[in-house]
Design a protein around this ligand. Structure first.
Ligand code: HEC
Length: 132
């Protein structure tokens, strides 16, 4: 192997390591909603929710023929993390009325719905935080 080939393969190896670590950092960040707390996203999500999800999940995500999406399991802190909620909306729950929205809503739209649900959850949690 000539000196220059060696240098080149070292460079390629270094590049691969950088590239791979960049990827795992990106995968970590993917677990958070990139649109969390953004007022425009919450508003867009509210519209999507009203058009599509409200019929089963009830007004304000409080549950109807389908589970509550803003309290309990879905409370903002210590509840299901964003990625879990995202995957349920994308893929649905097999053999239930919950169909997946893959191909119907874009990733951005799914995050908008989650932004909306989280904002409702935060509103419920702070309303319920009053001492009895
Ligand atoms: C046709 C009725 C229907 C529609 C429309 C619907 N869902 Fe569901 N969804 C369900 C049912 C039923 C379940 C419970 C499935 C099960 O038993 O695991 C569910 C479960 C879920 C869950 C998991 C809840 C849990 O406690 O495990 C999430 C999150 C969810 N839906 C979000 C949405 C969102 C967001 C939309 C709109 C984009 C939507 N759903 C539209 C019926 C529906």
């Amino acid at each position: 192997m000539s000196q220059s080939t060696l240098t080149l393969s070292r460079l390629i190896a270094a590049f691969c390591i950088l590239f791979a670590s960049g990827f795992s950092a990106a995968a970590q960040e993917d677990r958070k909603n990139p649109l969390e707390g953004k007022p425009e996203a919450i508003e867009a999500g509210r519209q999507l929710y009203s058009n599509t999800c409200l019929f089963c999940h009830g007004a304000n995500g409080l549950g109807a023929r389908a589970p509550n999406l803003v309290e309990g399991l879905f409370r903002p802190k210590d509840g299901a993390d964003d990625q879990i909620v995202f995957d349920i909306i994308l893929k649905g729950r097999p053999n239930t009325l919950m169909g997946g929205f893959e191909g119907i809503y874009s990733e951005e739209e799914i995050w908008q719905v989650i932004s909306y649900l989280r904002s409702e959850g935060i509103a419920r949690a702070s309303a319920g935080a009053r001492p009895k």
